[in-house]
Ligand binder design. Structure first.
Ligand SMILES: [Mn+2]
Length: 488
């Protein structure tokens, strides 16, 4: 068993001097910035609504001898969430059938055609990282006679589906404590509230750490607590698949950044058709170490090829960006073809290069126009797309990452819809790269290393010295580099 409190205390006490000063700067309103930075072990049930409903529905589906149809999301967050759900619920004696959507040819949401072969009267439809806007899918499932509990962390955009339970921390408002959690973290927290013995499970913690860092959620609050717990897992207690991935986890102990982990693990797994995501669920449950190592090597080779494809896509996209959208402060690109799963990565690269919102549109195999949107925070991407939802068959996501499927077929019409609404939609100024403090000379970088890990909303320390901005780099030997990058 992990002893969170005992392990956390010495770590907190190592924070002093300039590192402590930095925490004071970043949490100016807190009487105890160290606690703000690394909170005590969360009381999961205080952050999530409808846990009593979930508990009750689980009890009732057991009594009815029905099954649980667990519907996920086909990214690392969704897959690790499926792993969490399958591991706990099967061990607790339930019959669980996972459904993994395929983004290369499917819309977002709960699709009747995917549920139909599995979902029957008396079953419980449970989701992870998914479903908070699936009005039609939920209506269909209820007509079948199933009970429905959604677990999700995405922003809620009414109309909400008519569910029995909605376990999404966003119900308590967008600033609520648990809204930092990724989808896998929400399901983990929900199931641990019901069965606290699962809280210290090494396999769950490894999976949740992978899903959380992959999903670029803030590395603050409850996520830091989770990552701290995951930092103490015993490798020998993991499945072979999880161990291969935890062995690939970069850095030393807690000294890593989200970008390093996504580079070493998330992008190795990849997204879309033919990527590692298709086999990830079996991989995470596998106890066959040699075959996992072999599969991992193949995923790595595959991801190297994808990186080459991506760099030529970026070059092409830079030439194709729409001038009119540009004038409104947004990057809009229509690409003739994008390999499956790469649209989001491309939008994210463009958003980084131009430091503004980017929407990448392409035609899916079935002819539908789909878009992926990323933003450094100046455009609320989910908000913008959802404000146009009458034009989409589906749209949703987060402020910084969202997506849609267009209801029509003409690119010219879609372009008109997007461009004509850009000038009316409120934008924030592009965030300036952060600076924590101004100093007269370079301090020893190791003074700040105790604050790692770094990632979204808790970027590496940045200092201004003689008018230059220095960012702490923890890849390899800690050092300072001159850059305008946020380091997130
Ligand atoms: Mn997610």
């Amino acid at each position: 068993m992990l002893d969170y409190q005992i392990a956390a205390v010495p770590r907190r006490n190592r924070v002093r001097g300039l590192a402590m000063e930095l925490l004071r700067q970043r949490f100016p309103d807190s009487s105890d910035p160290r606690r703000e930075w690394l909170p005590p072990k969360p009381d999961w049930k205080t952050g999530l609504p409808d846990l009593d409903v979930l508990e009750d529905e689980l009890e009732r589906v057991r009594e009815r001898r029905g099954k649980i149809v667990l519907y996920g999301h086909d990214d690392m967050d969704g897959i690790t969430g499926l792993f969490v759900g399958l591991r706990v619920l099967r061990r607790e004696g339930f019959h669980v059938v996972p459904i993994l959507p395929r983004r290369e040819f499917e819309d977002y949401g709960l699709l009747p055609e995917r549920m139909a072969p599995h979902l029957s009267r008396g079953d419980l439809l449970l989701t992870v990282d998914y479903g908070c806007s699936a009005v039609k899918g939920v209506r269909w499932a209820r007509e079948v006679g199933a009970r429905v509990v959604i677990t999700d962390h995405h922003t809620l955009n009414p109309p909400l589906p008519d569910v029995h339970g909605l376990v999404d921390p966003q119900v308590y408002g967008s600033d609520a404590t648990a809204t930092v959690l990724a989808g896998c973290g929400v399901l983990y927290a929900a199931l641990c509230s019901i069965w606290p013995k699962w809280e210290d499970d090494d396999q769950l913690l490894a999976a949740v750490a992978l899903g959380t860092v992959s999903d670029r959620v803030p590395l603050l609050g409850w996520n830091r607590a989770l990552l701290h717990m995951a930092g103490q897992i015993r490798r020998e207690a993991l499945t072979a698949g999880l161990r291969v991935m935890m062995d690939a986890w970069p850095g030393d102990g807690y000294v890593w950044s989200g970008g390093m982990v996504r580079h070493a693990i998330t992008s190795t797994v990849g997204k879309g058709n033919g990527s590692g995501i298709d086999q990830m669920l079996d991989f995470m449950f596998s106890q066959d170490e040699p075959s996992c190592r072999k599969a991992w090597t193949e995923m790595r080779q595959h991801s190297d090829q994808r990186a080459h494809v991506l760099s030529s896509l970026v070059k092409d996209a830079m030439k194709r960006k729409d001038d009119q959208a540009d004038a409104y402060g947004m990057i809009l690109v229509k690409m003739p073809e994008i390999p499956s799963g790469m649209g989001g990565t491309l939008a994210s690269k463009l958003s980084k290069i131009y430091r503004r919102g980017a929407i990448v549109v392409s035609r899916r195999e079935d002819g539908a126009l789909v878009g992926e949107a990323r933003s450094p925070g100046d455009w609320n991407m989910a908000g913008f797309l959802v404000s146009l939802k009458e034009h989409f068959t589906s749209a949703g996501g987060h402020v910084k990452a969202a997506g849609f499927t267009y209801a029509g077929t003409s690119w010219e019409e879609l372009r008109d819809v997007l461009i004509s609404h850009m000038p009316e939609y409120p934008t924030n100024p592009v965030p300036r790269p952060h600076v924590d403090m101004e100093l007269a000379s370079q301090p020893d970088p190791s003074e700040f290393v105790c604050l790692a890990p770094f990632g979204p909303d808790f970027p590496p320390p940045a200092l201004k010295i003689d008018g230059m901005r220095y960012l702490l780099n923890v890849a390899g030997e800690p050092g300072w580099c001159i850059t305008e990058d946020s380091g997130e």
